[in-house]
Design a protein around this ligand. Structure first.
Ligand code: GLC
Ligand code: CA
Length: 544
């Protein structure tokens, strides 16, 4: 089988609202992305995944789409989009669009029609149940809190929504809905879009009457139909399904090598670990390195040769990796590089979220009025409603909230980090004077240049894409080590997770005739790791 381009590629996620503003209205836009393509080219990434830029009332930051074939005016227009496609083509950067197929906005024409009457042709595009006001059909809850059922008194019916009430769920059991979505996807493919990230794809086949939200019985049947009707028409298309509730077994179907479904999925076990759900509140627990090793190793081993992994730490829904797991801020640079090595040494397609390549950190706003995320606002109200203090709510949002990832990209030291000359829609992180792209581009030892190097290594050495993974030194509570090997080459990756020195045993052959491809310290010792030290060794096997 010919090797797919995305197996040696690195993909960069853009959250357009916060990337670069080009007209100083305080909101990032397509023009801003175009202005920064040279930066992305310098970084060396192969493709950009852009979070939704379709027409949207922005209740959930664009994940509530009111027209799948139009651009929201805050981001520009279709001409800007065409220009972006053209400019990306010139630089060999592919574009991956974000597809939200599970739900639409309540402002979408389909929903506006659907709620007119029970016999409107669009009524069945959504999920309705007869009922009485105040007596919800069942106990299903929405992800952002509250019931999943919303009452429409004119119809005497409830409709189903897994996120906010402004995001009604599409009825995938209706063939017409599926066909409309497929046509829309083909339209984007004809425009030159070369990939898609599929929002909450594991939710599309829900069975609300059975209280099944995730992994409905018809899920893989639908994904195969979707794939056949769209993506498979062009072999270069890459697809990543967001599947927060998927296990290995289902991921093997999603990413089956025959291409019958998708290219890969985002699984979230390593993001959901160290959390505990209680009272619909997701609490953060202490980090456990052994658990992280177990989870990542399981995915590496179980998908080897049969499926394909995506590799990521950050995205627009997650806190920043350098702030996430009791990292010591003194070692921000070291740990940012360490996390990069740990991830980029694995098998799969790495994703870099904007600012991760600079070591951008979480933000700590003191007041809920500075937060913008609907999930954070809902959580705050819910916590206060249950008797928690404002401080307790803010503490949790500071630690785990989605706005940590959504503060403006830190370009330079000028006002608002060079993101906008207007008033940013969300405040910038005050640390932009120390952490910004301009400084890092000038400094050959920066996190930015470290990422550049890792991206290049993946292209240079086949072992990064092909090598078989094997966890090493499993019980070590201070460092994470693994081996990657093929018939002819091998890699040894070792990463410290502590802010002091720790003992390590690296196989003799790597110390003797291995090449140190990457390290976040200028000098290192054979048997000891410095705080958050990471190394990637490489050696040819025939050197034995
Ligand atoms: C996905 C998106 C998230 C959004 C949700 C509902 O999880 O990543 O940002 O809120 O789906 O569309
Ligand atoms: Ca703008």
């Amino acid at each position: 089988m010919e090797k797919k381009w995305w197996k040696t590629a690195v993909i960069y996620q853009i959250y357009p609202k916060s990337f670069q503003d080009s007209n100083n209205d305080g909101i990032g836009d397509i023009g801003g992305i175009i202005n920064r393509l040279d930066y992305l080219e310098e970084l060396g990434i192969d493709a950009i995944w852009i979070s939704p830029i379709y027409k949207s009332p922005q209740v959930d930051s664009g994940y509530d789409i009111s027209d799948y074939q139009d651009i929201d005016p805050i981001f520009g227009n279709m001409e800007d989009m065409d220009r972006l496609i053209e400019e990306c083509n010139k630089r060999n950067i592919r574009i991956i669009m974000d597809l939200v197929l599970n739900h639409s906005s309540d402002q979408h024409r389909w929903f506006q029609e659907a709620k007119k009457s029970k016999d409107n042709p669009y009524h069945d595009y959504y999920i309705w149940r007869d009922g009485k006001e105040g007596e919800v059909p069942n106990e299903m809850m929405a992800y952002f809190g509250g019931s999943a059922w919303e009452w429409v008194s004119e119809l005497g019916q409830y409709y189903f929504h897994q996120f906010t009430p402004e995001q009604p769920d599409l009825n995938w059991h209706n063939e017409k809905v599926r066909q409309e979505l497929y046509q829309m996807i083909c339209w984007w493919m004809d425009k030159g879009i070369q990939g898609f990230r599929l929002d909450v794809i594991d939710l599309i086949a829900k069975e609300p009457d059975l209280c099944i939200a995730e992994n409905g019985p018809k899920l893989h049947e639908y994904v195969r139909e979707l794939s056949r009707s769209t993506f498979q028409k062009k072999p270069e298309i890459v697809t990543v399904g967001e599947a927060g509730n998927t296990g290995v077994e289902s991921a093997l179907l999603f990413s089956a090598q025959d291409g019958s479904e998708l290219s890969m999925v985002f699984q979230f076990e390593h993001m959901d670990m160290a959390h505990k759900k209680e009272n619909q509140i997701n609490w953060v627990l202490p980090f456990d390195l052994l658990e992280l090793k177990e989870i990542l190793s399981k995915w590496q081993v179980e998908l080897y040769g049969k499926g394909w992994n995506s590799l990521f730490w950050d995205n627009h829904d997650q806190p920043r990796i350098v702030s996430r797991w009791d990292n010591d801020p003194t070692y921000r640079e070291e740990s940012a590089k360490m996390y990069a090595m740990l991830l980029h040494g694995m098998q799969g397609t790495p994703f870099i979220y904007q600012g991760e390549e600079l070591g951008m950190t979480n933000v700590a706003f003191d007041s809920i009025t500075d937060y913008r995320d609907i999930a954070a606002k809902n959580l705050y109200d819910r916590m206060l409603g249950r008797g928690y203090t404002k401080e307790e709510a803010i503490e949790l949002i500071q630690k785990d909230g989605r706005d940590n990832a959504r503060t403006p990209m830190q370009w330079d030291k000028s006002l608002h980090a060079g993101f906008t000359k207007g008033t940013p829609w969300i405040k910038e992180n005050p640390n932009y004077e120390e952490i910004n792209a301009e400084d890092e581009r000038k400094d050959p030892n920066s996190i930015f240049h470290f990422y550049r190097k890792l991206i290049q290594l993946r292209k240079e050495y086949a072992i990064f894409a092909d090598g078989k993974y094997c966890l090493q030194d499993k019980e070590n509570k201070e460092s994470f080590s693994y081996l990657r090997s093929s018939d002819t080459e091998e890699l040894y990756v070792v990463c410290s997770f502590v802010n002091g020195c720790s003992k390590v045993s690296i196989p003799e052959r790597f110390l003797k005739d291995g090449v140190l491809l990457a390290c976040n310290y200028e000098e290192s010792l054979p048997e000891q790791l410095q705080p958050y030290e990471g190394r990637i060794y490489y050696r040819k096997k025939n050197a034995e």
